[in-house]
Design a protein around this ligand. Sequence first.
Ligand code: BG6
Length: 465
Amino acid sequence: MSFYKFPNDFWWGSASSAAQSEGASLAEGKAPTIWDHWFEQQPWRFFDGVGPADTSTFYQNYKSDIQLMKQLGHNSFRTSISWARLIPDGVGAVNPKAVEFYTNMIQELKNAGIEPFICLFHFDMPLVMQEKGGWENREVVDAYVEYTKTCFDLFGKDVRYWFTFNEPIVPVEQGYLYDAHYPNVVDFKRAVQVAYHTMLAHAKAVSAYHHSHEHGQIGIVLNLTPSYPRSSHPSDEKAARMADLLFNRSFLDPAVLGQYPQELVQLMADYNVAPKTEPGDSELLRLGKVDMLGVNYYQPRRVKARLNAINPDGPMLPEWFFEPYEMPVRKMNRYRGWEIYEKGVYDILLNLKENYGNIPCYISENGMGVEDEQRFIVNGQVQDDYRIEFIRNHLIWVNKAMTEGANCRGYHLWTFIDCWSWANAYKNRYGFVALDLKTQQRTIKKSGNWIAQVARDNGFDSGDN
Ligand code: BG6
C-alpha cells in the first residue's frame, strides 16, 4: 500500500463566501447586492424560492462554526468580505458593525490556528454600484479599488493571504452572455468590457496592496477549466484552443503574466468587440501580476469543431468558435450536470508549471454538490462516501503533479458547511458539515471526519476510505 504524502505545511481547509454564508442579508447595516435585488424581482429564478437572506447564519454562528472547522483539521479557510456590508454606499463611510464582525471573525480564525484567506469580491456586486453600470463603468473600478484599500488598512495586519476576485469570469459569462445571473444581459461586447474592467480593478488592487502591505501575498482565484478536444483532428484541436483562450487564458494570462494573449486581442478586434481602454492600461495590467493563484477546479470542458453554421443574425457567443462535446461513457455528477474528471487538476497544475513560471498556487475550490443528502443519513450522520472518493481521487492527482514539481501549496474543498448557492440555493449540498435548514443545526458528515484524519496525517494511504 502506498502513502500519498503532502508537505507538513500543506493548507488543508475549505472555502466559502460572504453572500453564501453570512445570512443577515439586509440587517446590521448591510446594503443590498444584485442578489437581493434580483431575488426581489424574480424569486422564481431561485431553487425552491430560497433567496440570499436565508444563508447559513455564519454572521451569528461564526464562533461555533470556527470550532467545527478546527474539528475538521482545517489550518486555513477562505471566505470573502462583503463590499455592501462594509461600505453600504459603495464609496465613503464604513459600517462599524461590519468592521466589528470581520475583525472578530478573522481574530477567531487566528485564535483557532486557522489562517484566514480573504477574498474581496465573490459575485456580490453592491446594488448601488450595479446601478452605476457595474463593471461596465470605470468609476466602479475606482470605487472597488478604494474598497480594497479600506480592507487592507482595516484587516491587513491580521490577513496574510488576499484574493482580489473569485472566479471573475462567472459574472461575465453568467451575467452578460448566458442569462443565468443578474443583470441577465446577452451581449458579447458588453461582456468583454466587463471582463476587461474586472481585470483592471484586479490589477489596481494588487498594486495598491503591494504599495501598502509588503508582508502578505495577494492573488486571484480562477476557475480553470481545461479544454479537451474530441479528437486530434486539427479542427477539434483548434476548437479546444479557442475555448481555452476565451475561458482560461482571458484571465490567467493577465493575472500571472501581466498581459492579454495577442491571439485574444486580435480576435476581439476582428469581431469588433474590443473593450474601451485608456492610455496607461497596459502598464497597470503589467503591475497587477499576482503573487500566487487560487485554482478552482470542478469539471473539464470537452469541445469539438463546429458542425453547424452559426446564425449570423443571432447574438455572438463563445460557442461561435467551438461546440460542446459529450464524451461517451463520461463519469458524471448528475445532480450538478458536471463531468467528474480527476486528472484535469493534474493537467492544470502542470500547465501552470510549464507555461506560467510555476507560480505558487493552491486548489482553492473543488467539490461535489449532491441533492437530497438526507437519504444517506445513518445514525444521524450523512455517509457521504461518494464525496470522500471524489476528494481522494483529486488529491491523488494533485499529489502526482506535486511529485513532478508543481508548486501547489494546499487543497480547499467547496465548502465548509452546506451553503446557499446562488440560483441553485440549497438544491445541492457541498459541505463537510450538514446544515438543517429549519433548525440551523450543524452535523459533521463522514467526509468531515475523514478529512480531519487526512489533515492530521498530511496524507492518506491508497487503501484508505
Ligand atoms: C464556484 C463558486 O463556482 O462553485 C461558488 O465559487 C459556488 O460560489 C460553487 O457555490 C458551486 O457551484 P454551484 O453553482 O453548484 O453553486
